[in-house]
Every structure is written in C-alpha cells, then in structure tokens.
Design a protein around this ligand. Structure first.
Ligand code: 3HC
Ligand code: NAI
Length: 687
C-alpha cells in the first residue's frame, strides 16, 4: 500500500483514495499510486466498478506545477489517464473542492463523474501560460461544445458543479459530506444497469457541426484580441481545439502535446509559473510565524471619503464588514457617499450585483463628521490629504479616541510612517495599509511595517488583505515604499525622453507593446494632469498643460486630444508646450529608437528594485515583481521587472545603465547589488 493511496472494496466497488496534501497535486508519486490502485481493482474479480476519490480539502488540483521544467518522470499523466480510460470496468470520479487542470482531465477520462455541489471544476492552465495538456483540449469541446470550451479554457476560471452538471460535464450531484457513500451507490447503480463504458473520446456530435467551418474560431479570436494580447497560451488553446475538430482523437492529442511542449518551453509560461509561486510567497514573513494570533476585525473606520477613502470603504462593504466613514464636513461626506453609491449602481446596471446588494452594502456605512465615533472600531484606515501636519493631527486625536488594541493604519503614499506612529502612544498598533487607485479594483495592498509595528498587527493585516481579495506585499518604510518607488524612475525618464524630442505617442507605444495596458502619458491623461502635477514645484509639461485648461481625459484633453469615442490623437498644443519647455531648459534634441526607449524606461526600474531589495524594504525580489504586476499592471507574462531582468541578462542591463550614466548622470548608476549579481552571473532569484 502506498503512503498516498488506499485501496478498499465495498459491495463490489473498488475505491482508490488518494491523499497528498495540501491539494492532491498529481506528482509522480501520485500518478504511480493511481495506476497501482487501478491495477488492484482490475485484478480482483469481485470488483465490478471503480471509484477514484481524494481525501483532504480537494480532488486533484492539477499537475504538480513544481515538476514543470524538470526532466519528465514516468508514468506521465497522459499515459496514466489513457490507462484509466481503457479500464475494462466502469470508473467514477468523485469530486469535491477544486478539480482543476490535470485533476479535471483525470475526471474527464473516467467513464462517469459525480460531484458535491460546492465542488468547482476547470482547466486553469492558461493562467500558467499553458494549455490543458492531458487531453483537456480534446475532451472538453466534445462535452460542452467548441465555444463554451474555448471560453472556459482561455478564461481559466473554474465553474461550480451545478453549472458543470448543466453543461453535461458532471453526471450526478451528491449531498455534501457523504460524497464517498453516494459515489459508491452511484457505481453500484451503474453495475446493476450494466452501464456502458462511456468514453468521451468517442463523442463527435459537438465537433462535427464545426468541421470545415473556421468561422467560430475567427469570431472567437476577434472578440478576445484585446484580452489575449501578448499572451501565447490562448492562441495555442484555440489551435488545439481546431485540431480537435479537424483531426482524429489520436492526432488531436498528438497536436495538443506538441503545443503543450512549446508553451512549457516558452518564456511566457516560465514567467507565469514563477508568478504563481511568487504570489503565494508574499504572505510568508520570516520572523512572523503563521500561527501568530491575529486581532478580530469586525468593524472598520475610514477617515477621508475622497478618491482613496471611498474605494477602501467599498472593499469592506463587499465582504459584509461595517464601516464608519469620517469626513471633515457634511458636504464632503455627501460627495464621498454619492461616489460610492454611484459605483455600486453602475455595477448593478451591468448585472454584476442586484439593487438589494447595493442597498445592503450602503446600509453598512455609518457616515459621520465626528472622529470620536471611531471609539468602537477594530481598525481605522486614515486616507486624508497627503500632508504630514494633517496626518499627525489626525493620529494624535485618534490616539485619544480609538479603543485599546485597535489597529491604526495610514494609507499614505510617501510620508514617514514611523513619524506618524510617534504621534500616538501606541506605535506598535500603527501600520501602513497602502492601497492602489482605484482602491476597490487594484489587487495590490502594500503592508507597511514601521519600526515598532507589532507582529500580530502585521499578521492581522496579511489575513485581512486576503479577506478583501487583495494580494498583500510587505514593505519597509521609505518614500514610495515598493511599487511607487520602483516605478518613479520610469516617470522621470519618460519626461526626459519627451523633452529630448521623443514623442509621447512613441513612448506610449513602446510601453504598450511591451505589454502594459497603456503608456505613461496615456496614464497621466487618464488620472488627470492636475492630480499628477499637484506636488511639482518646477515647471513641467503637465503643469503647463493644466494652465492652458488641459486636465486630461476629463477636461480639455491632455497630451492627447480625445474625440467623443475617446479615440486619442497626439495634441499639437502638447507638442508646442514640450518644445517650449525643452528650449527654456536648453535640452539637447536627440531621437531614440524603440530599443533605447525601452531600456531607458525600464532598466532604471530594475535598478531601483535592486536598491529596494538591498535595503530590505522588500523581503524578496519576487515581492517587488508581485507589487508591480498587481499595483501597476506590469505584464504578468514578463514576470515583473526583477524576473524579466534575469531573462534580459543582468550584465546587459548593467552595461546599458553605465552608458546612460555617462550620458545623463548618476541617476543611472547601477545599484551595488545589481552590479554584484551581474558580475557573478546570477539573477535576483539567487539573492
Ligand atoms: N502544483 C504544485 N503545488 C501546488 C499546486 C499544484 N498544482 N496547487 C497548489 N499548490 C501549492 C501552493 O503552491 C501552496 O503551497 P505553499 O503552501 O507551500 O505556498 C499550496 O499548494 C496551497 O495552495 P494555495 O495557497 O493556492 O491554496 P488555496 O486553498 O488558496 O487554493 C487551489 C487552492 C485553488 C487549488 C490553488 O492552489 C490553485 O489554483 N492551484 C493551481 C491549480 C492549477 O493551476 N492547476 C493546473 C495545473 S497545470 C496542469 O494541470 C497541466 C495539465 O493540463 C497537464
Ligand atoms: P483626496 O483629496 O481625494 O481625499 C482626501 C479626503 O480627506 C478629502 O475628501 C478630505 O475632505 C478628507 N479629509 C481631509 N482632512 C480630513 C480630516 N481631518 N478628517 C476627515 N477627513 C479629512 O485624496 P486621496 O487621493 O484620496 O488621498 C488620500 C491619501 O491616500 C493620501 O495620503 C494619498 O497619498 C494616499 N493615496 C492616494 C492615492 C491616489 O492615487 N490618489 C493612491 C494611494 C494612496
């Protein structure tokens, strides 16, 4: 008996139970154990049908991702699954938890499937830059049809068992908690009925209707072109389904295998697999144990109902946590509440929530202009103006109001959290919770650890982030923390390139082509030039555009002019302002090609990342990558700046930075850590 597999027989049914915590990933040991279990079942005459089921929290959550990129270990998953399908005795997969990837593919190789209603099934390989490589691309379209299969596989989102049942991917639903008994009973029924060995590979009806007709694929490509931009896996998935339609099952599977191997070797998949594990690392803090007791957060206070305060509040309302929302006066309060309500109503109009959901959420807000109403909350998040005197005053007052043990958080972007903490007599309770705009949408939450922040406060914040659907990244105190600090040099360099005569449209295009949703100037126009230029003391192009009534997309256009459909064209006014300021500052005009633009914009981000890492502001390079992916939309298939730097070669980056240092000054000087790693031929993963 293997340590991950148990084989039992009950009333003519052989039961293969796998237990490989935490998620029953299909590692080599598990694959072998499944084969062993089936062989036992085949060998016994008294076994007439076989159930495969998992212990623990879930059915197989997929192939073991940590085995990818290493030499393959027999038996391979496709071989194991083919053997299961060829079973001479009927097989039933009994699903609970998340049957994903290779796990769902295994279920699709069984002759029948039963699941509890809370189970979810799906083929999320696309999120790892892969396609379902164990027959999924050939089987799912045979069951649910080509269009639905394309949607499910390129979307990568799992569906609930009930929906899967409606789609025909699950044959029976079981009561919660009694899956094993019901699966056995289901198998017995199959025996009694002499049910056929139903092999999905033999089905053809849903494929046949598309044979010789590429329209369905072309339409799908066109509809999703924007969503798929830059990713390699979605197109490979479409190719594999095209093969399912055009070829025999055997040839289709071969084509799927080829495409899978191509993806497995691709830089996109390497990056996306790295991101999968990196995302799961961020909550692990070396000096804080996982079982550190956390504080109970039942009620939250938010101070300031402006751009950030409103979005922050929504995060808590969405998970049913009441929020006391404090503003300076009734007008500001009404304005803030109005924006929150409008946001929810917009979601309701799009069908994402009901009118009752909107009402329920709004009813969770306790609006007030009196700070002392925060006496009963467990966590306060301050989101007032970015001004140290204002923050010090607020925290000083809070200290006298908040109950013992309440966590006092600031959403400051750049100010010194330790100074803010010293305005209270309880710096151990003070932490930074740095949300990104729009705070109800962006996935990143930087958790800023002050010199005296308590470990339980940090652990509580980490858990809370998960509860509100954010990815937490721990940051130390410094201006801009991780994401804003790392991205700042890109903004500075974009400005320099622009004054040097490179058109903002060219700069935006290079950044867009790299994979960002938009370039720095498009971004500035979207956020508002008045907001961007607010703190600048020197004369800037953005400031000058504001002076001419150009606030960005919201008013008068900005770097671009916009038509009524928001189509953008570079503004002649902006070009004139750029030329004027460049002349005033005596900037020498020098064109730059795409390669130079990209290097000058992004290598300094890598360089700043190296400083952030070396100073201990970030715990690990992968945390910086996650912060920029989740906070700034760094393309996930590049893996973030630090991973990407490894693919470019740190030595190449250092050489280029030195060239730029000679031309433009010490801002480009390579960070000592970057230089050291480059000289040792290492990457940031090896720090
Ligand atoms: N392989 C290896 N490790 C895995 C894994 C997998 N498929 N899935 C999860 N893990 C690990 C995680 O890294 C984590 O490890 P850690 O505790 O050391 O950090 C641990 O299992 C628990 O995972 P989560 O923290 O993510 O647990 P959750 O309960 O939040 O989520 C889950 C569970 C929904 C199963 C989620 O882990 C998940 O989405 N896993 C990946 C599923 C997936 O992508 N499957 C497809 C794999 S590719 C494939 O099957 C190819 C095939 O087509 C050939
Ligand atoms: P905002 O100007 O939109 O909102 C600030 C709100 O605070 C205003 O409504 C104001 O009336 C209110 N306020 C000021 N003093 C107050 C007091 N004493 N009591 C109660 N309310 C008070 O500013 P925004 O953009 O929301 O920024 C807030 C904080 O969030 C700042 O620290 C900022 O640096 C930070 N931040 C801002 C981001 C952004 O993109 N706007 C992103 C991340 C952080």
């Amino acid at each position: 008996m293997s340590d991950v597999m148990q084989f039992e027989v009950e009333n003519g049914v052989g039961i293969v139970t796998i237990d490989n915590p935490p998620v029953n990933a299909l590692s080599q040991k598990v694959r072998q154990a499944i084969l062993d279990g089936f062989e036992k079942a085949w060998a016994r005459d008294d076994v007439k049908a076989i159930v495969v089921i998992c212990d623990g929290r879930t059915f197989f959550a997929g192939a073991d991702i940590s085995e990818f990129g290493k030499p393959p270990l027999a038996p391979s998953l496709p071989d194991v699954l083919a053997t299961i399908e060829d079973s001479p005795k009927p097989t039933v997969a009994a699903l609970h938890g998340t049957a994903l990837g290779g796990g769902f593919e295994l279920a699709l190789h069984c002759h029948y499937r039963i699941a509890v209603a809370s189970a979810k099934v799906g083929l999320p390989e696309v999120n790892l830059g892969l396609l379902p490589g164990a027959g999924g691309t050939q089987r799912l379209p045979r069951v649910v049809g080509v269009e639905t299969a394309l949607d499910l596989m390129t979307g990568g989102r799992p569906v609930g068992a009930r929906d899967a049942f409606d789609l025909g991917a699950i044959d029976a639903l079981a009561e919660e908690g009694v899956l094993r008994q019901e699966a056995i009973a289901y198998a017995q029924k199959l025996i009694a009925e002499n049910a056929p060995l139903r092999r999905l590979r033999d089905r053809d009806d849903k494929l046949a209707i598309h044979r010789g007709d590429p329209a369905v694929f072309e339409a799908f490509r066109k509809k999703n072109a924007r969503r798929f931009r830059g990713f390699r896996a979605p197109e490979a998935i479409i190719n594999a389904v095209e093969a399912a339609v055009a070829l025999s099952y055997e040839d289709g599977v071969k084509r799927e295998r080829e495409l899978f191997m191509e993806l497995l070797m691709s830089s996109e998949s390497a990056a996306q697999r790295y991101v999968f594990f990196a995302e799961r690392q961020t909550a692990k803090i070396p000096d804080i144990s996982r079982d550190t007791p956390i504080r109970d957060i039942k009620k939250v206070g938010v101070i300031g109902a402006g751009t950030m305060g409103g979005g922050i509040t929504m995060n808590f309302l969405n998970v049913g946590v009441p929020v006391t929302l404090v503003e300076q006066n009734e007008d500001a309060l009404d304005r803030g509440l109005g924006v929150i309500c409008k946001n929810y109503e917009r979601s309701a109009k799009k069908g994402r929530m009901t009118v009752e959901d909107v009402e329920r959420r709004m009813a969770l807000i306790e609006p007030t202009t009196d700070l002392s109403d925060l006496a009963d909350v467990d966590l306060v998040i301050e989101a007032v103006f970015e001004s140290m005197p204002v923050k010090l005053e607020v925290f000083g007052k809070l200290d006298g109001i908040a109950k013992d043990g309440a966590i006092l958080a600031s959403n400051t972007s750049y100010l010194d959290l330790d100074q803010i903490a010293e305005a209270t007599k309880r710096p151990q309770d003070v932490i930074g919770l740095h949300f990104f705009s729009p705070a109800n949408v962006m996935a990143l939450l930087e958790i800023v650890r002050g010199a005296k922040t308590g470990k339980d406060v940090i652990q509580t914040a980490m858990k809370l982030a998960k509860k509100i659907g954010k990815t937490p990244v721990l940051a130390g105190v410094c201006p801009g923390f991780i994401a804003n600090r790392a991205m700042r040099p890109r903004g500075v360099e974009a400005e320099r390139l622009m004054l040097q005569g490179v058109s903002p449209a060219e700069i935006d295009r290079v950044i867009y082509d790299y994979g960002f949703a938009m370039g720095p100037f498009q971004m500035r126009d979207l956020v508002g030039l008045d907001v961007i230029g607010r703190d600048s003391r020197e004369k800037t192009v953005a400031g000058e555009l504001v002076a001419r009534g150009r606030l960005g997309q919201k008013q008068g256009g900005g770097f671009y002019d916009y038509d009524e459909h928001r189509n953008a064209a570079l503004s002649p006014v902006a070009l004139e302002v750029i030329r004027e300021i460049a002349a005033e500052k005596g900037v020498a005009q020098a064109p730059a090609d795409d390669d130079e633009i990209l290097a000058r914009l992004l290598y300094p981000v890598v360089n700043e990342g190296a400083k952030i890492l070396d100073e201990g502001v970030a715990l690990r390079a992968s945390d910086i990558d996650i912060a920029l992916i989740k906070g700034y939309g760094w393309p996930v298939y590049r893996g973030g700046p630090m991973f990407w730097a490894g693919t470019v070669g740190l030595d190449k980056i250092v050489a280029r930075l030195k060239e730029c240092e000679a031309r433009f000054g010490e801002a480009f000087a390579p960070a000592p850590l970057l230089e050291r790693l480059a000289s040792e031929g290492k990457t940031f993963a090896e720090v």
